[in-house]
Design a protein around this ligand. Sequence first.
Ligand code: R1P
Ligand code: URA
Length: 235
Amino acid sequence: MSTHIGAANGAIAERVLLPGDPQRAQWIAENFLDNAVCYSTVRGMLGFTGSYRGTPISAQGSGMGMPSASIYTHELIVDHGVRTIIRVGSCGAIVDDLALRDVIAASGSSTDSQMNRVRFDGLVDYAPVADFGLLRAAADTADVRGLPMRVGPVLATDAFYTDRPDLYGRLARYGVLAVEMESAAIYTIAARHRAQALTLLTVSDQLVRDEHLSADDRERGFAAMVELALETAVR
Ligand SMILES: O=P(O)(O)O[C@H]1O[C@H](CO)[C@@H](O)[C@H]1O
Ligand SMILES: O=c1cc[nH]c(=O)[nH]1
């Protein structure tokens, strides 16, 4: 039994949707999965297993930030045998040609976290990237569904409330689309254990124009992204 998830062996499917918000995990389970059962309420970080078009799928909250997401990613893969993780998160767009509710697939993830500096003794700036097979499957699925999806790099930051908003402008000039708080750690841990990971994001904040979705939208407003993630997971 895992330390933080605390689920029994076999309770979690090999394919997991991983939102930061545990209430989003519950919303996914109740609205998109068949016969969903809650396998964990530990720390309120809810996890559910059900099926989508006949394939077992779990939805697990990961919390906010890389320390929390690292714990859930590690336990899912190492303790529960998960092979495919698709993060379904919210993000702040830092370029002006993205709008609220647009969907992004994070091809790579720059980070201001020190986790990988520690991991590689500060000798290498490791480049966390999406699993190419999953990314290609998501892009193909988005095409088939007629869902516009931007593919590009994001920033995974430790600080939601930053003292350095100027860095967002500089990153945008280098092609970075948006900021969120987990993808770099998820990509790194998945790569370490030879699992597949992809981060899909919905724009909840347009930081260039100071536009924002409500808390309710962040919890229950991301159906297009969740359907894309589920279709990608079962391909
Ligand atoms: O909506 P989730 O998946 O939690 O993701 C984003 O929202 C949180 C910040 O509001 C951070 O976890 C960030 O990465
Ligand atoms: O990390 C995040 C997530 C959503 N919106 C932001 O501005 N930042």
